[in-house]
Design a binder for this molecule. Structure first.
Ligand SMILES: [Zn+2]
Length: 251
């Protein structure tokens, strides 16, 4: 950390130092604004570009400029997801961009899933009829499934080119998370938008099998992907059966 900045911080505030000079995780500056001493004491040649501007903060879940509402929503979804993360992940479903509506987000505690969430539950062999959302999500978790996204927040209207750029810039961090933290037995890309990143995902950096649909990501979308979705269901069913036969451990 830059000593001049360190000197400007109150003792006991370690977090704001962690974001300088390059943020690796998001920290809400507003929480730490009071931890800054008089920045006018910094050398005249030293500037802290935009440090206090909320508008320039980037979300650690997606890399987009983050408003406080964006961060609140990101943290909410993170909490929902973490609740149902298996201790040992058998199958990591990797999407490209998190859906905009909570009803399409599998970990939404409200249930009443639509679209992608509904399809992914079906792919995992989890039925929803007559069950509470909690029971459904627990079953998904017990099956060893976990869903995450390269961009863990909706794209907020970013142009397609920008989304591709965001995906590309987020990918190394996502791969590191898969390697160090999630550690799945198998990875299943479930978005066409990940096709151009398959060489990176397949480069051998990830210590898990990658399940593909004829060399491409599975496409789990309501309108276009009935066949791909059924192939994914078949592939997961057969993997589950062979895992049971091979080790008795299942997913
Ligand atoms: Zn975000």
């Amino acid at each position: 950390m830059v000593p001049a900045i360190e000197a400007a911080l109150r003792p006991g505030c370690s977090q704001i130092g962690a974001i300088l000079p390059t943020p690796s995780h998001f920290h809400d500056f507003k929480l730490h604004a009071g931890c800054l001493r008089d920045l006018r004491s910094l050398p005249g040649s030293f500037t802290i570009p935009r440090i206090m501007s909320q508008a320039d903060l980037r979300c650690d879940g997606c890399g987009q400029i983050a408003s406080s509402e964006h961060i609140a929503r990101r943290l909410q979804r993170l909490e929902w997801s973490t609740r149902y993360r298996p201790v040992h992940i058998g199958t990591l479903l990797l999407g490209a961009v998190a859906p905009l509506d909570d009803c399409d987000f599998i970990y939404s505690p409200a249930g009443a899933w639509e679209g992608e969430a509904k399809l992914l539950l079906a792919v995992a062999g989890v039925t929803t009829a007559g069950k509470a959302a909690e029971a459904t999500l627990s079953e998904f978790q017990r099956g060893g499934f976990f869903l995450t996204y390269v961009l863990e927040c909706p794209s907020e209207g970013a142009a397609e080119d920008n989304v591709q750029q965001l995906l590309g810039s987020r990918l190394p961090a996502v791969m590191a998370r898969i390697r160090r933290s999630l550690k799945p037995k198998r990875l299943v890309p479930v978005s066409q938008a990940l096709e151009r990143f398959l060489p990176a995902l397949n480069s051998g950096d990830l210590p898990c099998a990658i399940l593909l649909d004829q060399g491409k990501p599975f496409v789990v979308e309501v309108d276009t992907a009935a066949e791909s979705t059924s192939r994914l269901r078949e592939a997961l069913t057969s993997q589950s059966a062979s895992a049971r036969q091979g080790s008795g451990a299942g997913f």
